[in-house]
Write a protein that binds this ligand. Structure first.
Ligand code: FE2
Length: 117
């Protein structure tokens, strides 16, 4: 939820170390997740087609932001990347055990281009 009561709450009064920046990025990712959660909740709570289309588009943009932040974290801290990949490998092993194809599929939902139609 937004907390705008203090307009200076998000300011950082100095340059951050990489470790501090990684912590800040974790907070930024949490913000993206919260935004995705809220847009999805509002998407599910309406039957208005225009509202659904706009909310889905914004929700998906937030998902892209999350991907950008995770990619930045992987660039800033290769050790963190190893851990991300460890987790990915563990899930892929479980999916293989279940004989589930884990190959990423192209998105089938609405895109930014859909809004111009
Ligand atoms: Fe965002």
């Amino acid at each position: 939820m937004p907390s705008f009561a203090n307009p200076f709450a998000g300011n950082v009064d100095r340059k951050m170390s990489n470790a501090e920046l990684m912590q800040a990025l974790r907070l930024d990712i949490a913000g993206e997740l919260e935004a995705i959660y809220l847009y999805e909740s509002h998407y599910l709570a309406t039957d208005d087609p225009a509202a659904k289309k706009v909310l889905a588009d914004i929700r998906d943009e937030e998902k892209a932001h999350m991907g950008e932040l995770i990619t930045l974290m992987r660039y800033l801290d290769p050790k963190e990347t190893e851990l991300f990949l460890d987790g990915e490998g563990e899930v892929n092993e479980m999916l293989e055990d279940l004989r589930i194809d884990a190959t990423p599929k192209p998105a089938s939902g609405p895109t930014v281009g859909d809004l111009s139609e």
